[in-house]
Design a protein around this ligand. Structure first.
Ligand SMILES: NC(=O)c1ccc[n+]([C@@H]2O[C@H](COP(=O)([O-])OP(=O)(O)OC[C@H]3O[C@@H](n4cnc5c(N)ncnc54)[C@H](OP(=O)(O)O)[C@@H]3O)[C@@H](O)[C@H]2O)c1
Length: 230
């Protein structure tokens, strides 16, 4: 069945690789970001997350209006934010909460029940979901919260499958402007392939880590429709 797939944060990195995959499979794909990558056959909706929650709600209303009957939401938007908690100002904290938590919540709230199939949700978190880091207090908090959001959504019978994927470091523009050696990081194409594989098959909830050295997938939890472990 051909689906409407919305990839928030699909303009770059892993989200863009996922978009290419789903386009090749013949699905209708809408990607969002601040910059249009000019991906042939994908719709692009300019969507930039700032620090104002009220603007975020209006921007999400517009996005959902333009691409309404979404079968699958892939939430890949995120950015590197480093600094001790007292190095991050109010605007930085608010923006991280908006992009990491509020935007995906507002999207699922608006998209649930709008398509002819239960909404399938794929959330990309990070190893920061389960690894506390002194220089990533807000990033770790929102990624951890996003994982719990996914696990809680599953308990809603009106929601479809939920996949939470927590990747380790990936060689993408995420690291632009830093001096990190990205050459040994996970390949974004490999990451996208694992996400596609993990999302297929029968399950209600799946939580998996994508790890490095060697590149591998670890499924932490997989539940069926009765919340029994598979
Ligand atoms: N790279 C890593 O090492 C790594 C590791 C673990 C988890 N992750 C997570 O994986 C996801 C994908 O990241 P990636 O590695 O593919 O990085 P990426 O290439 O930088 O892609 C990030 C995406 O998020 C969008 N985005 C960033 N800031 C935004 C903002 N303020 N408003 C709206 N959209 C914004 C970007 O769009 P525009 O630039 O067009 O705005 C882009 O589409 C993110 O959630 C990230 O936190 C990354």
């Amino acid at each position: 069945m051909k689906k409407n797939i919305l990839i928030v944060g699909g303009s770059s990195g892993v989200g863009k690789k996922l978009a290419e995959h789903y386009i090749n499979e013949g699905h209708t794909v809408c990607i969002t970001g601040r910059n249009n990558p000019g991906l042939a056959s994908a719709r692009f909706h300019a969507f930039g997350v700032l620090d104002q929650a009220s603007k975020l709600g209006c921007d999400i209303d517009r996005l959902v209006e333009e691409f309404p009957a979404v079968n699958t939401l892939v939430y890949a938007a995120g950015y590197l934010q480093r600094g001790h908690i007292d190095d991050l100002d109010d605007s930085a904290l608010q923006t991280m909460v908006n992009i990491g938590l509020l935007a995906p919540m507002m999207l699922v709230q608006r998209l649930k029940g709008k398509a002819n199939t239960p909404l399938k949700t794929m959330l990309i978190t990070s190893s920061s979901q389960y690894t506390p880091r002194a220089l990533e207090p807000a990033y770790c908090a929102v990624k951890s919260g996003l994982g719990m959001f996914g696990a809680s959504l599953v308990r809603d019978r009106g929601v479809g499958k939920v996949l939470v994927v927590a990747p380790s470091d990936i060689n993408t523009p995420f690291w632009a402007g830093t001096d990190e050696d990205t050459s040994t990081m996970l390949d974004p194409g490999w990451v996208a392939d694992q996400i596609v594989d993990l999302s297929s098959g029968v399950f209600k909830y799946k939580y998996a880590k994508l790890l490095r050295h060697p590149s591998r997938v670890e499924v932490i939890e997989c539940l069926d429709n009765d919340f029994q472990r598979i």
